[in-house]
Each structure stands twice: as structure tokens, then as C-alpha cells.
Design a protein around this ligand. Structure first.
Ligand code: HEC
Length: 260
């Protein structure tokens, strides 16, 4: 019997570590910083969301669209919570095509709160052509679309490195520890001091990676805070209900129990 256990244990051990090292061969283990939005009471850090928006607009939006976001989302509760006037000012920096006017012509006007985020390219083909044959994916729900979610995006942004000696990279292809196959057609978008944060935070690569990832986590799940709040209320309600049901059950059965 003991022998049997020994063999089983060794097998489980080998399988577990065998699979683990097989997985590790393909990509490195993801970095996992402290996220304020993880866990049951998780909330988005507003200052980080505002900085993240700044990183997105000043850096990523040159190539990546966020087609599900509107400028009004920037001041709605649960998000970066810019003031309404700030959001209006942000929107008015962008131009959108509207129309046709009474002469039947299309015209450009400054964006309004109700407009969707302006896209860097007209369509997928134009985006792909401008980026050496690789499409910069829309980032609205990218955190949900990738295994590893926020940790993956954060790691990817910090995962650029020199390729191993035996790896050949074509022009426009870069080595990244966390990308599937370790090759990515996006050069490292971040570098220390790249932008000047409005709130004066030091813009290290790590700081920008964390802020922009927080922003992308929010855009993929804008109602997270409401969901957490509702969940919490439901649990309190269920606890109270359980206590009441228990007490009334005791009361109802007490007569029967007394008789026996
Ligand atoms: C110069 C254009 C450009 C800029 C600027 C840029 N990207 Fe990209 N990005 C790309 C392209 C092209 C791809 C597709 C790469 C591929 O499939 O190999 C990509 C892919 C990605 C991916 C997906 C990787 C995957 O798993 O498929 C993420 C995440 C990403 N970018 C994040 C960002 C963030 C965050 C920023 C801003 C800090 C940014 N990018 C700025 C061009 C850009």
C-alpha cells in the first residue's frame, strides 16, 4: 500500500512540474503588481485612471483605437471621474467628421461628449498597412481578450529585452518575453520620462505601464465598482435573511419540540 502511494505521489509530482516547465518554456511568468481593483472590495484608483488616460492619448492612441469609449465616459462615476468641464475640454481637442449639412456635404467639427473616441485609422486595413502588416488591436476590451488580463498587458509593456543569441528578428519585429512566440511587431511604446504627467508623478516606464493598464482594465469593465457594491449588498441581505429564517424556524418548531 505504501509503495502504491509512493508511486502515485512521484507521478503527480512529475506531471505537475513537467507541465509547469513546459508552459514556462513558451513565455515567462507574468508580473503581478498590486492592483487596487482586484478582490472583492476592489476599486479603481482615480488618479491612476486619469494618468492612464493621459498615457493612452499621448502614446497608444497613435496606433490603437478604443471604439467603445465615448468622451462622456471620462466623467461618469466609477471611471477616471474628470469633471464634466474637463471632459468637454478633452473632447474638443479632437475633430470628428459629421454631416451631411444642408448643402449635402460632410464637415469636421470638434468632438462632443457624446462622440466615441476618435480612431487613429479609418479601418482595419489602413491600420494594418501603416504598421508593417500587423494590426494594432482595438484596446476597449483588450484586457478581457487576453489570457492573464491586466497582468499580461502590464508584463508585455515591460517585457522588451535583447533577443537570445540564436534568434533572428526581421525588420520591425521585436523580442518580448511575454508575447506568444516572443516576437511582436510593436516596438517598445514606453520609455522613462516619455510624457510629462499633469499631476507631477514621475513618469517611469513602470509607472506608465501600471497607469495605462489600469485605464484599460476599467475600459474593459466600466461597471466593476457598481458590481462589487451590488454583490456586497446581496451578501448582507442573504446573511440577514438566513438569520431570520433560522429564528422563525426555531420558533415554529419550538412548540413541537416542547411536546415531545
Ligand atoms: C506605433 C504604433 C503603436 C503604438 C504607439 C502602440 N502600439 Fe501597441 N501594437 C501595435 C501593433 C502594430 C501591434 C500588433 C503587434 C503584433 O501583432 O505583433 C500592437 C499590439 C499591442 C498589444 C497586443 C499584444 C498581443 O497580445 O497581441 C498590446 C497589449 C499593446 N499593443 C499595447 C499598447 C499600449 C498600452 C500602447 C501605449 C502605451 C501601445 N500599444 C502603443 C502598434 C502600436
Amino acid at each position: 500500500m505504501r509503495k502504491f502511494f509512493n508511486i502515485t505521489f512521484t507521478l503527480v509530482f512529475l506531471l505537475f512540474f513537467g507541465f509547469n516547465s513546459m508552459a514556462a518554456e513558451k513565455t515567462a511568468k507574468l508580473l503581478s503588481p498590486e492592483w487596487s481593483f482586484k478582490g472583492f472590495f476592489g476599486k479603481f484608483d482615480k488618479a491612476s485612471l486619469q494618468r492612464g488616460y493621459q498615457v493612452y492619448t499621448e502614446v497608444c492612441s497613435a496606433c490603437h483605437s478604443m471604439k467603445y469609449l465615448s468622451y462622456r465616459n471620462l466623467y461618469e462615476p466609477g471611471g477616471p471621474e474628470f469633471s464634466e468641464n474637463q471632459a468637454k475640454a478633452i473632447a474638443s481637442n479632437f475633430e470628428v467628421i459629421d454631416g451631411p449639412n444642408s448643402e449635402g456635404e460632410m464637415f469636421t467639427r470638434p468632438a462632443k461628449l457624446s462622440d466615441k473616441f476618435v480612431m487613429p485609422y479609418e479601418n482595419v486595413q489602413a491600420a494594418t498597412a501603416a504598421n508593417g502588416g500587423a494590426y494594432p488591436p482595438d484596446m476597449s476590451v483588450l484586457v478581457k481578450a487576453r489570457k492573464g488580463g491586466a497582468n499580461y498587458i502590464y508584463s508585455l509593456l515591460l517585457g522588451y529585452d535583447d533577443p537570445p543569441a540564436d534568434m533572428e528578428l526581421d525588420d520591425g519585429v521585436y523580442y518580448n518575453k511575454y508575447m506568444y512566440g516572443n516576437k511582436i511587431k510593436m516596438s517598445s511604446p514606453l520609455s522613462d520620462g516619455l510624457i510629462e504627467y499633469i499631476d507631477g508623478t514621475e513618469s517611469t516606464t513602470q509607472q506608465m505601464a501600471k497607469d495605462v493598464t489600469t485605464f484599460l482594465a476599467w475600459s474593459a469593465e466600466p461597471h466593476l465598482e457598481t458590481r462589487h457594491k451590488t454583490g456586497f449588498r446581496v451578501i448582507i441581505y442573504l446573511i440577514i435573511l438566513t438569520i431570520l429564517v433560522y429564528l422563525s424556524m426555531k420558533k415554529i418548531w419550538s412548540r413541537v419540540e416542547n411536546k415531545i
